[in-house]
Design a binder for this molecule. Sequence first.
Ligand SMILES: *[C@@H]1O[C@H](CO)[C@@H](O)[C@H](O)[C@H]1NC(C)=O
Ligand SMILES: *[C@@H]1O[C@H](CO)[C@@H](O)[C@H](O)[C@H]1NC(C)=O
Ligand SMILES: *[C@@H]1O[C@H](CO)[C@@H](O)[C@H](O)[C@H]1NC(C)=O
Ligand SMILES: *[C@@H]1O[C@H](CO)[C@@H](O)[C@H](O)[C@H]1NC(C)=O
Ligand SMILES: *[C@@H]1O[C@H](CO)[C@@H](O)[C@H](O)[C@H]1NC(C)=O
Ligand SMILES: *[C@@H]1O[C@H](CO)[C@@H](O)[C@H](O)[C@H]1NC(C)=O
Ligand SMILES: *[C@@H]1O[C@H](CO)[C@@H](O)[C@H](O)[C@H]1NC(C)=O
Length: 454
Amino acid sequence: MNEVVTCNMILLELFLLLLSLNGCYCDPLNYLGLSVSTDSRLDAFLPVISPDTAPQPLVPLLAPSPLSPFTNATIPKLSGVCTFNFTAVERLMSMTSTDCHEFFAPLLANVICCPQLEATLAILVGQSSKMTNVLALNGTVSKFCLSDIEHVLVGQGASVNLGKICSIHPSNLTEGSCPVTDVTEFESVVESSKLLHDCEKIDPVKECCEQVCQNAILEAATGLASKTSELLRNHSSNSLPGHLNRVSDCKNVVLRWLARKLDPLHAKEVLRGLSNCNVNKVCPLVFPEMVHVTKSCGNGINKKTECCSAMESYVSHLQKQSLITNLQALDCARTLGLKLQKLNITTDVYNLCHITLKDFSLQVTKQESGCLLPSLPSDATFDKDTGISFICDLNDNIPAPWPSSLQLPESLCNKTIRIPALPAAATNAQNGLFHGDVITNVLLIASVVIMEIL
Ligand SMILES: *[C@@H]1O[C@H](CO)[C@@H](O)[C@H](O)[C@H]1NC(C)=O
Ligand SMILES: *[C@@H]1O[C@H](CO)[C@@H](O)[C@H](O)[C@H]1NC(C)=O
Ligand SMILES: *[C@@H]1O[C@H](CO)[C@@H](O)[C@H](O)[C@H]1NC(C)=O
Ligand SMILES: *[C@@H]1O[C@H](CO)[C@@H](O)[C@H](O)[C@H]1NC(C)=O
Ligand SMILES: *[C@@H]1O[C@H](CO)[C@@H](O)[C@H](O)[C@H]1NC(C)=O
Ligand SMILES: *[C@@H]1O[C@H](CO)[C@@H](O)[C@H](O)[C@H]1NC(C)=O
Ligand SMILES: *[C@@H]1O[C@H](CO)[C@@H](O)[C@H](O)[C@H]1NC(C)=O
């Protein structure tokens, strides 16, 4: 765990605190292998904190100094060229800083931080279009504005490497290759009342299956993309890849228009709901070479112990990469399983070695509990007493399903689908993706313990 999040000087460990349980049918403490008050393992995990300073183990423990920037809402010195009104989106900016907190940004990048940052950019441009009537910035201004955005976020505790972590460039604030940016022209091309109707309110679960708003956005973007000026029509930009690029850039313009029409926090909900559909589709982990696993688990698996130790070691490398959602974990399990099968490992090594879904996510306690983020959009929160918190679904021992290479991945939108003991995909949604035997989630709040290395 320690090697995962080592910053230059500060070693950070995640410490899960049991905050509330949601109808768990078993003894929650045993269930988690984490004892709150009496277990010496907890103390062992917190060597630098004496019992005197921690009379109540439920009180989160953290060193205050690294987090103090959070209490500093002062807007730093800005370029003066960028006309974004940061005051008008103060709450949005502070949410984004928390989601992209300097220690967590790399771990939350794929699921929380970058989707939130991208939504923030669209909202800032959309809101500024109320003044400028344009849904994009030009190349010069975009550089200043991106730099100002970063200054504001970093001033509130966000990582200084956000641009790199989230691959955000000044060009992401421009029109790219979309030929329409003027609001009046936009509204003459796009059937804007339909667009607004389909997107002003989305159900983050249903939207991913029914794609009502996504289709409306695609339709609008396609309409805009076809407005290419006659001059350009003959150029290579009219080739198919050129066209697809334009549609993709115009989608950003459409999102900004929506962000102009909705108030910032409402727009944030919509934009995060939309990006979340893509987030859950793909396992974000990088799978390294599997020489060791192939050697130990190939040839009909003679030695179970050897194979499982190779698998364990392989999976433990995956774990260190990032926090992932429960649906992503499902995809990661499938991806790895298919890779193994390609290498002629046909035995269900997940079952053989008791690999579970949470084994694919970052392990957050000494007892190695995988912390799976919820599949619905979520945010980190900051509280000056409790530090940074985010919600994990800690479902114990849900076996990783061994994929069948003949079978396409079952669509999560298939209402009749039943994956045994799958983590509740959508804890808060009435019409969740999964029906039937869903294991109740354990709501946990991760809290930070920061220790200086001397
Ligand atoms: C808050 O930030 C401003 C500008 O970055 C800085 O000048 C000031 O010293 C900070 N205040 C505290 C209490 O850190
Ligand atoms: C920025 O927004 C705030 C709050 O909405 C408003 O009071 C202020 O006048 C705006 N500033 C500019 C320059 O538009
Ligand atoms: C970019 O936009 C700004 C403000 O809208 C304007 O002052 C500037 O001249 C523009 N720059 C270019 C290169 O178009
Ligand atoms: C930002 O722009 C770069 C290229 O300029 C692109 O690769 C990347 O996907 C864009 N990011 C977003 C979030 O649109
Ligand atoms: C487009 O290409 C056609 C034939 O390839 C040519 O006749 C026409 O002049 C070109 N139009 C422009 C605007 O370049
Ligand atoms: C898998 O087995 C088949 C048949 O036994 C063989 O042709 C193929 O080379 C093997 N592939 C790998 C990656 O070992
Ligand atoms: C949904 O799942 C059922 C049962 O597994 C299957 O028969 C059906 O073909 C699936 N439908 C779709 C659209 O995937």
